[in-house]
Design a protein around this ligand. Structure first.
Ligand code: G4P
Length: 528
């Protein structure tokens, strides 16, 4: 098969949602359709349950599960589908942001009763910033929830999306009888107590089919016709280009648990979702069908066996063919690496792969050299863009609790930061290390892992920081910059890459600084 054909076959996407909206259940149902698993319940959620906060073994166990479910690949109707898993827990949101740099599209799952939740808002915002094509799946229609139109309004208002319903529910909760598939203009009805059985469904191709009235009654048919007219009148018709540009978001309704509306979603997804997309590097835009291989690391996973510190770096192939045993240039280290056992992921299994194509994810064994964002090429010097750090929400000093193990501590911190567990800032003034995280849970994870994997002990000390802002590089001629640096010295630090950061202690001090030094540009993320 030619490279072009391999590319056209692939769909790489992520499923995002607020925890408990049904991401894991939907993933599982998609895998069932692809024949990649045989029974429900086979995909374990990698979500870290709230109760796990102090249960380290549980965190470790869940970390293990998440390796297996990091990438789930399956074939469906001759397409190779790669689902990149994203942790639902908000303390791991940074992981999700990074995974979103490796997807070509996303499916957003929303709980019909809860509507748009906090985590959905944050993740959708990141997708909108990058114009990632999104499909919305409104889940749990087997339960009583919000009115469909009310929900569509909420999605438009809270998420800033422009929706185009491609299916519409008939009833809801105990009254739920099916979905009208606007995309294929078909009706699927579900009957019986045991709705989980897919055999309890019936397909009708025409709204005017007499059988429809027989099966669901005149009242429901009229209501459906009215609703469809309203959909037609109020919402934009589906336009694939607008969807691909991130300007229009198709919406499906269903129930992942009961398998309603899932096949409709999948069938439409493989037709409309984008194949692997070009990606910008610091020098140029790289096209997937270029002959030369290029790819980037978007996730690093520590080995589960603490005695072996090797790690698995997840690389998204952007262009060309990745081959086993071929040397590739690691552009940051300017060094060649050869991989004798690159892993690919199929369903929940890892296997060694000889060749991978754009859109695929390969897992490369690493002994501690790689960082998130690193680029591999066949010799061209470039770095892929688009893996920015966002300001953490919690900040603490990290102290060495065992002076005999300071080397181990430094190495441990270094490697955990490479994995993207948290962010490290080093204060300009005194060189003290500050760990910034998205959630408090990470501090426990770091402490536990430093001790168990590196034999080092640490303590934390509170630090009153509100947010980190990246400072645009100095203009040495600029007197304001000099003044800013002198006055704010106590609040200045470097991130892991040596970039200048301003640690504002309150929203007020941030605003004051901005107005006092208008020419000093402060950014909320590390790439600007
Ligand atoms: P997440 O990955 O987004 O966090 O959600 P997950 O799939 O784990 O689903 C969260 C809960 O919602 C699960 O119940 C799941 O069974 C349920 N659920 C998912 N889809 C549907 C649906 O279409 N209808 C209904 N009624 N429930 C749904 P749980 O009790 O928390 O977990 P479990 O014990 O069933 O695994």
């Amino acid at each position: 098969m030619s490279l072009q054909q391999e590319i056209a076959k692939r769909r790489t996407f992520g499923i995002i949602s607020h925890p408990d909206a049904g991401k894991t259940t939907l993933t599982e149902k998609l895998l069932l359709f692809g024949g990649a698993i045989q029974e429900a319940g086979a995909v374990k959620s990698n979500k870290i349950k709230k109760t796990a906060t102090s249960d380290f073994m549980e965190i470790e166990k869940q970390r293990g599960i998440s390796v297996a479910t990091s990438v789930l690949a399956f074939y469906y109707k001759n397409k190779k589908i790669n689902i990149l898993d994203t942790p639902g827990h908000k303390d791991f949101a940074e992981d999700t942001y990074r995974t979103l740099t490796a997807v070509d599209s996303v499916i957003v799952v929303i709980d019909v009763a809860k509507g748009v939740e906090e985590q959905t808002e944050k993740l959708v915002q990141v997708c909108r910033m990058r114009n990632i094509p999104m499909i919305v799946f409104i889940n749990k229609l087997d339960r009583e929830g919000k009115d469909a139109f009310e929900l569509l309004d909420e999605i438009e208002q809270k998420l800033g999306l422009n929706v185009a319903p491609l299916s519409f529910p008939i009833g809801m909760g105990s009254d739920f009888t099916g979905v009208y598939n606007i995309w294929e203009q078909k009706i699927k009805l579900y009957f019986g107590e045991q709705k989980q059985q897919i055999s309890d469904s019936e397909e009708i191709n025409d709204l005017n089919d007499e059988r429809l009235i027989e099966l669901i009654g005149q009242e429901k048919v009229s209501e459906l016709i009215d609703n469809l007219e309203l959909v037609d009148g109020v919402y934009n018709p589906f336009d694939r280009d607008a969807y691909l540009q991130g300007d229009l978001q198709p919406v499906f309704f269903g129930s992942a648990l009961n398998n309603f509306g899932v096949q409709e979603l999948l069938d439409c997804f493989i037709e409309i979702a984008p194949p692997p997309q070009p990606k910008a590097s610091d020098t140029r835009l790289v096209q997937p069908d270029e002959e030369k291989m290029s790819g980037f690391v978007f996730k690093i996973h520590a080995n589960l066996d603490p005695k072996h510190r090797d790690r698995l770096a997840f690389v998204k192939i952007v262009s060309g063919t990745f081959k086993r045993n071929q040397a590739y240039l690691h552009t940051r280290l300017k060094k060649n690496f050869k991989f004798s056992s690159p892993n690919t992921f199929f369903a929940q299994k890892k296997q060694i792969v000889d060749a991978s194509y754009p859109g695929d994810i390969v897992g490369l064994h690493d002994t501690g050299n790689f960082k998130i964002g690193d680029t591999f090429t066949e010799g061209e010097m470039m770095e892929f863009k688009g893996i920015p750090s966002f300001s953490p929400e919690h900040f603490r000093y990290i102290n060495n609790a065992d002076p005999m193990k300071s080397k181990q501590l430094a190495k441990g911190i270094d490697q955990l930061m490479d994995e993207g567990v948290a962010q490290l800032f080093i204060l300009d003034m005194n060189g003290r290390k500050v760990i910034g995280t998205v959630g408090a849970l990470q501090y426990e994870v770091i402490q536990y892992r430093l001790e168990h994997e590196y034999g080092a002990k640490c303590t934390y000390e509170p630090l009153g920081v509100y947010k980190a802002f990246w400072v645009a590089p100095d203009d040495l001629q600029n007197a304001e910059y000099k003044d800013f640096k002198r006055v704010k010295q106590r609040y200045l630090a470097k991130d892991k890459y040596g970039k200048q950061v301003f640690l504002a202690d309150s929203p007020f001090s941030f605003e004051m600084t901005k107005s006092k030094y208008p020419s000093v540009k402060l950014h909320e993320k590390s790439e600007f």
